[in-house]
Design a protein around this ligand. Structure first.
Ligand code: CLF
Ligand code: SF4
Length: 521
């Protein structure tokens, strides 16, 4: 037994109980898959099986709550791909870009393992290594599995994760098990070849190119077969789907049912990224991306079937850090070679132990918020009122970011049942070198204009006035407090003001979520 386990086994068990209880109640991505204990939105929830809980509790993608505390990294060891998606152009490379398939520096397995050790030393809360491209990891099996082998030997406390298009998946099930890859993501955009033919121009299959519906049929069969084989063997599987308006948006409800029935743990529906400058087929032909509202509506429709991931940041294939931050520029090969790397498993565990105490404090605060009995009373008087609020946060579950420094806002839905995280919106910085940028402010207002309020640690006069004019209430009074707790207090106050006529509800039938027109005091 090493120092860490001897130090805090009792506290860790108590902590697990509390975290798990919260995860179950909030359906935060900790859904029980694989035909085992399942939690989610329905009644009669059971606790996750302990072995499942072990796998998700520090994985930032599989647990929404964990992503505030734990980081992941990707190593770009897999350049080749065996299919073509209409939303991909791997030639495009920009360090400011952030989307799957994009990468600045390709690595061999030895360089990748060295990079993992360097990051693990510098970022002790980095718990997961993913291979996610820039091509398909299973179209580059030698490099992918060599990387996993080297990392498992040198840094055994790091979880291994793989993201694939699924075409080659059934051929690698045993290898995935042998290398203890506990988390596999499969991108499944369709189960109907008619739809698939509009997404995939071709696949490379049995040494030749196959196109059209035949290609889509083969791909779909292989994806679903691979998913079933993995879940039968106890590997936790997440399904990613790209929402493409007019192509597969309606169809993704069927996909959701199909992957749920095959034991997928989590479904992550992501918006298409199709800017013309990316040079993808969709970018060139003007295929539009979904709006934030359309994405949320689809995720809400699917949530009755299974827990939806709502905190995905559509990472680069060489991303490093907490979801939503990108520290890949600190760990280029040149910089790693100049680093004094000292991977120390005991130090990492001691750090993570402290982190878990902090996490416990957050969860206690969330518990208080969730138990706010007065909310139920108030909500009972206006049960159908729901609003969205945007939150500026640097992490830790608190409202701790200045409006002008926010690169993204987390979105919470407030209603009779409390506060629920439903997504995030990326925005440009408003503050550029200390001065506000009016163009950026318009972008931010456009991104959160379905929200009744924005919670910030601080905000300047200018953006405050513009937000109020747009009907979005800037709220500073909860600076540095916990998000859920503050959101519920705000909602109670909001309902009171609604009754007094100080906020006017939007007309029924408004396509957006109900939004109060804020009346400035
Ligand atoms: Fe990477 Fe993917 Fe593993 Fe996470 S990302 S391979 S499961 S460690 Fe996460 Fe990034 Fe979304 Fe992927 S936020 S794109 S879901
Ligand atoms: Fe690009 Fe991934 Fe599609 Fe291959 S599977 S074409 S790398 S998006």
């Amino acid at each position: 037994m090493d120092d860490f386990r001897a130090f805090d086994v009792g506290a860790a068990e108590a902590f697990d109980d509390v975290v798990q209880a919260v995860a179950e109640r909030q359906g935060c991505g900790a859904d029980g898959g694989g035909g085992k204990a399942r939690c989610g939105s329905g009644a009669g929830q059971k606790r996750l099986a302990p072995e499942i809980w072990e796998k998700v509790k520090t994985h930032p993608c599989y647990s929404e709550e964990a992503h505030h505390h734990y980081a992941r990294m990707h190593v770009a060891v897999a350049p080749a791909c065996n299919i073509q998606c209409n939303y991909c152009n791997r030639k495009y490379d920009c360090a400011n870009e952030s989307r799957p398939g994009v990468v600045s520096e390709k690595l061999n397995p030895e360089q990748a393992a060295q990079k993992v050790l360097a990051v693990a030393s510098a970022i002790p809360q980095m718990t997961v290594l993913g291979v996610a491209g820039p091509g398909d990891p299973l179209a580059n099996p030698a490099k992918t599995f060599k990387t996993f082998e080297l990392v498992a030997k040198a840094a055994p406390d790091i979880k291994l994760c793989l993201s694939t298009n699924g075409l080659a998946l059934p051929d690698y099930i045993d290898v995935i098990k042998t290398f203890n890859v506990d988390h596999v993501t499969i991108t499944i955009n369709m189960i109907d070849p008619e739809v698939g033919a509009q997404i995939y121009p071709w696949i490379f299959w049995k040494h030749k190119r196959v196109a059209g519906k035949e290609a889509a049929k083969i791909l779909s069969e292989r994806q679903l077969q691979g998913l079933e084989m993995l879940t039968e063997r106890g590997v936790l599987c997440k399904v990613n789907s790209v929402m493409i308006p007019g192509v597969n948006d309606e169809h993704l409800v069927e996909v959701n049912k199909a992957v749920k029935s095959r034991g997928a743990f989590l479904h992550n529906i992501m918006p298409l990224i199709s800017a013309p400058e990316h040079g993808t087929a969709y970018g060139r032909n003007g295929q539009r991306a979904p709006s934030a509202h359309e994405l949320k509506a689809l995720q809400d429709r699917c949530e009755g079937e299974m827990t939806m991931m709502r905190h995905c940041r559509q990472c680069r294939a060489d991303a490093v850090g907490l979801l939503g931050e990108d520290r890949s520029g600190e760990f280029t090969i040149q910089k790693i070679m100049a680093m004094d790397v000292s991977y120390d498993i005991k130090q990492r565990r001691a750090y993570q132990n402290k982190l878990e105490q902090q996490r416990l404090a957050n969860i206690a605060a969330k518990n208080i918020a969730a138990k706010h009995a007065e909310l139920e009373t108030l909500a009972g008087e206006a049960t159908d009122v729901r609003i969205l609020v945007a939150v500026a946060t640097k992490g830790g579950g608190r409202i701790n970011e200045h409006f002008g420094h926010a690169k993204e806002f987390q979105i919470y839905e407030l209603g009779a049942r409390g506060a629920k995280f439903v997504g995030h919106r990326r925005v440009d910085h408003y503050c550029q070198g200390g001065y506000g940028e009016e163009g950026s402010l318009d972008t931010i207002i456009g991104a959160i204009n379905d929200c009744a309020a924005v919670f910030v640690a601080k905000i300047g006069h200018c953006p405050r006035d513009s937000l109020i004019a747009a009907g979005i209430e800037p709220v500073e009074r909860y600076a540095f407090e916990f998000i859920e707790q503050s959101a519920i207090l705000y909602f109670k106050d909001y309902l009171d003001r609604l009754k007094r006529g100080e906020v006017a509800p939007a007309a029924r039938g408004d396509a957006r979520i109900r939004q109060g027109a804020f009346v400035s005091a």
